[in-house]
Write a protein that binds this ligand. Structure first.
Ligand code: PMV
Length: 339
């Protein structure tokens, strides 16, 4: 049994968040500048410090001795925690991912003595898909370790189960774009449609620094929809139409024309009640500094927003976002990997 490593990118939703929960299409793309990594390492011989996948925890930080053999361990580097699978908290999503893969790929002969180490550079609770990416990396690494590497669709389905632990009723867009690691046109309950980016385009992703659990905004939108179904359904329809048009423009190499659609999508998200002052201020600042368009991305009321920029405007828009209160700005080129 050899150690196995796997990684998964972050993601960002370009168009269609929230409406996607109600059957409308959404577009999402991987963000490869940030990554989650998982490493599965067999026991029983305790690995030497030099062979450990990531820097060791200092003494006393673990909840037990490293790699004593005959057990399954989770080493959550970013949380500075390591623990045995059977001692994991009941709602631990890392343990859920490990258990789901064992159920699927672990026959009677499967090894039951290994460590799953995880680390990630994806900011948490900010709309970049950190939970789904960590689960994807675990599912890929562990299924390969067990000798049964899974397809993208199988990985996505297992990660969807772990997302349900966190979000309640996720549409499935996060696990899909992250497991396929390609731009996807996503309609809930249908096979995802990876699509191509005819000409790469540049985005800035700015973080408000306000953590905002998606579960809460999704619940609030549901309450609004139950109160005023006709109004909400009309808003969802308009969002869906923007996603369809946007896909066509991206496939035709006309991403520069997405700007006004992003502004319209942001206004529709405001009407759904999921924007906030901090997001509106960043959208406004990006536009004033010359961005072609801007919108919130993901669950809203915090987390990230997106700005569509050119090579010429990128630096000025980034500076304006930081002045307007962004805690961090990431740049990404959508479609660069397809070249
Ligand atoms: O907050 P994020 O980036 O995980 O995105 C949530 C997207 C929603 O449409 C609001 C919810 C969902 O499950 O699709």
């Amino acid at each position: 049994m050899k150690p196995v490593r796997a990684s998964a990118p972050g993601k960002i939703i370009l168009f269609g968040e929230h409406a996607v929960v109600y059957g409308q299409p959404a577009l999402a793309v991987p963000v490869t500048q940030v990554q989650a990594e998982a490493w599965v390492q067999p026991h029983p011989s305790p690995p030497s410090p030099a062979s450990r996948p990531f820097p060791p925890l200092s003494a006393g930080e673990g909840e037990g001795e490293w790699g004593t053999g005959g057990e399954i361990w989770i080493d959550a580097q970013d949380l500075r925690r390591r623990y045995r699978l059977d001692a994991a908290r009941p709602n631990d999503p890392l343990a859920a991912a490990v258990r789901l893969v064992l159920d699927r790929c672990g026959g009677p002969q499967a090894p039951r003595a290994f460590t799953v180490a995880v680390r990630s550079t994806i900011p948490i609770a900010s709309g970049l898909g950190s939970g789904a990416a960590v689960s994807t990396a675990i599912v890929r690494a562990l299924s390969a370790f067990l000798g049964q590497p899974l397809t993208d669709a199988e990985v996505s389905a297992i990660v969807f189960e772990t997302e349900r632990w966190l979000h309640g009723t996720p549409s499935g867009i996060d696990n899909t774009v992250i497991a396929y690691a390609r731009p996807v046109y996503f309609v809930k309950g249908r096979p995802p449609e990876p699509f191509s980016v005819a000409a790469p385009f540049r985005l800035l992703i700015a973080d408000t620094g306000l953590p905002s659990p998606t579960r809460i905004t999704v619940g609030d939108v549901r309450a609004g929809w139950q109160r005023e179904p006709e109004r909400y359904n009309a808003l969802f329809e308009q969002v869906g139409q923007l996603a369809r048009t946007a896909r066509g423009l991206i496939e035709a190499g006309q991403a520069g024309a997405l700007g006004p659609l992003m502004i319209q999508n942001h206004d529709l998200l405001r009407a759904l009640g999921v924007s906030c002052q901090a997001l509106d201020a960043l959208v406004e600042a990006a536009q004033s500094a010359g961005a072609l368009g801007a919108k919130l991305s993901g669950g809203g009321r915090g987390g990230n927003m997106l700005a569509l920029v050119t090579d010429e405007t990128a630096a000025g828009v980034e500076a304006a976002l930081l002045r307007a209160g962004a805690k961090r700005v990431l740049g990404t080129i959508v479609g660069a990997e397809d070249r």
